[in-house]
Design a protein. Structure first.
Length: 421
């Protein structure tokens, strides 16, 4: 059946025809593809067209699609029961593996999504500090909980404004939003509000508004200010965790947060999130402490098995090879005239503009050109995330053959873009 026909039906069931908004292709135009199967670094749509996948389900699939060892681990768990609603040994095995990769994680709790992990970490920070205000940074995404769907307010730095309808103003008032890469604003905010802040939350490698790689001095200063004012520093490593290094951005940058949130890779393609960190903070979580947080399917054995099978395969060699691939693939994309590709390991951001570190500096012309390139690359069998504000993901399964395919496609698309100019 054609993608168009499927999408027509999907529009009758789902808002925008999709289960998550960016999948609707509104940013780049055209109809979303419906996928029927995937393997390695490729997938095939319902029309039988095959693509080299550079979206990789938005990050979880660091080893590739349908990795046999991950699938058999999940199937083995499945055959013993899909869920118990009671403790099981697989939670311990995954926790042990995570601790071996992330040394600062004293205590943790599994949840079922990144959104839930962030929402729970914020509540833990508020319960621990007995303060209510949260600081976040423009251009970082932390899932869709009310406290995080907030943008900078006009004028006063103190109060944020809802960035989505349906978020009560009273919630947004408790979130302060400042720009990334702005030390002055950071100092001023702590000077004014430091004693009110329960938590400062940041993607240490911001990868949800393109890849806004920060100077380490900025992140170090944030760490110092949090220490000085007794503010819980939360690293949202839902993307960077287990991707940029075994210990994520915290390891790569040499900065330890108080709490951390994970998602995506730790579930190996199944829905898992996690928050955790310092044991004195995690002691506030129910049933040890007064902060309530629970989940019917939390620590689900099938998801734990898929997560463990993934993390067990993330050896130092895998990280070395992902980094080499990142360099090769970024260089391939940079053959496209005008395209720049900031990169951290296997995270790449193709943008027709150099040197962006703040969300408000992305030019609309650069995004418009990305949108054109996206459609043309898709025709050549290369699937980039359907928005210029999203990063591309490589996996261990992206090989030389796929690179050669993409290099050819880039040549074709570069010529087509040149003809249009
Ligand atoms: C994806 C993401 C989330 C939300 O995770 P979901 O599983 O989609 O709820 C939160 N924070 C960051 C940094 C993310 O990339």
């Amino acid at each position: 059946m054609s993608n168009d026909t499927l999408f027509q039906e999907a529009l009758t069931h789902f808002p925008g025809g999709v289960s998550s908004p960016v999948r609707a292709f509104r940013a780049v135009g055209g109809t979303p593809k419906f996928f029927r199967k995937a393997w390695g670094s490729r997938f095939e749509d319902e029309e039988g067209r095959r693509y080299v996948d550079l979206c990789m389900s938005w990050g979880p699939l660091i080893l590739g699609h349908a990795v046999p060892e991950i699938i058999s681990a999940a199937v083995e768990a499945m055959q013993e029961g899909l869920t118990f609603g009671a403790p099981s040994r697989r939670e311990l095995a995954l926790a042990r593996r995570i601790k071996s990769m992330v040394p600062f994680l004293d205590k943790m709790r599994f949840v079922s999504s990144g959104t839930e992990a962030v929402m729970s970490a914020l509540r833990a920070a508020r319960g621990y500090t007995k303060r209510e205000r949260i600081l976040k940074f423009d251009g970082c995404y932390h899932g869709h909980s009310d406290a995080m769907l907030v943008k900078a307010g006009s004028g006063l730095v103190t109060f944020g404004e809802p960035s989505s309808a349906g978020v009560p103003r009273g919630f947004a008032d408790l979130t302060t939003v400042i720009s990334l890469d702005d030390l002055e604003a950071l100092e001023a905010t702590f000077d004014k509000l430091g004693h009110e802040l329960a938590a400062a939350i940041i993607e240490p490698i911001p990868a949800n508004n393109g890849l806004l790689v920060q100077d380490t001095t900025f992140l170090r200063r944030l760490r110092e200010l949090c220490n000085a004012y007794g503010v819980v520093l939360i690293f949202d490593e839902v993307i960077s965790g287990f991707r940029v290094a075994p210990g994520g951005a915290a390891e790569l940058l040499g900065i330890t947060p108080d709490l951390v949130t994970y998602g995506k890779i730790i579930g190996g393609g199944m829905p898992v999130g996690l928050y955790g960190g310092r044991k004195d903070i995690m002691a506030v979580i129910s049933p040890d402490g007064p902060v309530y947080q629970a989940g019917t399917l939390s620590g689900n054995p099938v998801a734990m098995a898929a997560g463990l099978a993934t993390l067990e395969r993330l050896t130092p060699n895998v990280y070395r090879s992902l980094d080499q691939k990142g360099a090769q693939w970024a260089a391939a994309f940079e053959k496209m005239p005008g395209l720049h590709v900031p990169r951290v390991g296997s995270l790449l951001w193709p943008l027709f503009q150099p040197g962006v570190k703040r969300a408000d500096r992305v030019e609309s012309g650069a995004i418009a050109r990305f949108n054109k390139m996206h459609g043309l690359l898709l025709k050549e069998g290369v699937y980039l995330p359907p928005s210029g504000y999203e990063v591309a993901f490589l996996s261990a399964a992206h090989g030389d053959e796929e690179l050669a395919h993409v290099e050819r496609a880039i040549g074709v698309v570069a010529a087509a873009l040149k003809n249009e100019d």
